[in-house]
Design a binder for this molecule. Structure first.
Ligand code: GDP
Length: 368
């Protein structure tokens, strides 16, 4: 599965957000397989109205959403890269994640102290980015030494690694994150090396602005500043009120939830927006399998081919892949289901090279 690590300075609302995320999922546990893997790891359902629509058309008995994993990574403080706080353990945990969700405190509350004495989300974001850059710098400086020697004596592979690492090192020394030095998609070998470096500042970032309850719908001046910064970095940002999310997560009844949200001027929970933004951040898309037994959403990276998608369901499907019968989501709905789509000539037979599109309804044929 794919996962997002939740990071942030102490007292910004990370745990509140994480608990709301996982307790909402727990409340829905009857409908789909959910588990808390460890106290700080939770799998949540990715909300997708299309899946409900497909299930309605196919009269599926069960609806199974796709899932995304969130990891609550506590312990980041100024100096983490030098071993302060949980330091190195903390950084190792981030290394394992696919993307970083950075919670920024955008609410004032005199009773809840800020580690740096005042509320300033841009400064906080910089504090965190600096720690991550220092950790990357440290890791690269250690790893490049033996490679430089090998490169000098003419080893081809070492030369390739050095060529990728040097511009990143220079950038980090200038205070620029590794993601700015990602090799072009066409340079496949360089890109592979870049990925293997597992740099913290190469991971995509989603900023979550935790605002006071009154600002949940519109955001506030602080969250507006974060949005501006995110835009300049090509990152994403979402406004939520963790306090509201915690309250909504306690409500069992769906209508009660909706009424509570409407009272706050919200159409959906902030959690839904965080989950979907996380999904986009990871460059993921969904495809569906639909039948009378179940309608189910699955996740693949954008650009995945049909056999890879089949492999998400079962490794045998990938190994013995013959072809995929595919109906685009819109066609499935417009033709009122598989039979109608088939009659209208909207069911396509796709082979090994087919690049799966977001929303495809798929049926795989395979050899055992
Ligand atoms: P963490 O250290 O980042 O995990 O922060 P917590 O989630 O433990 O939150 C720290 C404190 O801030 C707790 O007392 C929360 O109840 C409070 N808190 C979290 N979110 C909000 C919020 O949106 N508004 C207000 N007023 N307090 C919040």
């Amino acid at each position: 599965g794919f996962n997002c690590g939740i990071v942030g300075l102490p007292n910004v609302g990370k745990s509140t957000l994480f608990n709301a995320l996982t307790s909402t999922a727990a409340a829905q546990a009857a409908n789909f397989p959910f588990c808390t893997i460890e106290p700080n790891v939770g799998r949540v359902a990715v909300p997708d109205e299309r899946l409900d629509k497909l299930a309605e058309i196919a009269k599926s008995k069960q609806v199974i959403p796709t899932q995304l994993e969130f990891v609550d990574i506590a312990g980041l403080v100024r100096g983490a890269s030098k071993g302060e706080g949980l330091g190195n353990q903390f950084l190792a945990n981030i290394r394992e994640t696919d993307a970083v969700v950075q919670v920024l405190r955008c609410f004032e509350d005199e009773n809840i102290t800020h580690v740096d004495g005042s509320i300033d989300p841009l400064r906080d974001a910089e504090t965190i980015e600096t720690e991550l850059m220092l950790a990357d710098l440290d890791s690269l400086e250690r790893r490049i030494q033996p490679l430089l020697k090998k490169a000098k004596s003419g080893e081809k592979e070492a030369k390739e690694w050095v060529a990728v690492m040097e511009p990143i090192l220079d950038g980090l020394r200038d205070g620029r994150p590794a993601r700015l030095f990602r090799p072009d998609d066409k340079e496949m070998d360089a890109l592979k090396i870049f990925r293997q470096l597992q740099l913290l500042t190469a991971k995509p970032i989603l900023y979550v602005c935790n605002v006071d309850e009154e600002s949940a719908a519109e955001g506030n001046t602080l969250s507006a500043k974060v949005a501006e910064m995110a835009k300049a970095q090509g990152a994403a940002s979402v406004v939520i009120s963790a306090a509201i999310e915690a309250e909504v997560a306690q409500l069992e009844d769906a209508e009660e939830k909706q009424a509570f949200l409407a009272d706050m001027g919200l159409e959906e929970t902030g959690l839904s927006r965080v989950i979907r933004a996380g999904f986009d951040l990871l460059n993921l898309i969904s495809f569906f399998t639909v039948g009378p037994k179940e309608a189910r959403a699955w996740t693949v990276r954008k650009g995945s081919r049909a056999p890879q998608a089949a492999g998400e369901i079962h490794t045998d499907f990938e190994r013995g892949f013959i072809r995929a019968e595919t109906i685009a989501y819109d066609d499935f709905v417009a033709c009122n289901g598989e039979v109608g789509a088939k009659e209208a000539g909207k069911m396509r037979a796709e082979g090994k090279e087919y690049v799966v599109q977001d929303g495809d309804v798929m049926h795989f044929l395979f050899n055992v």
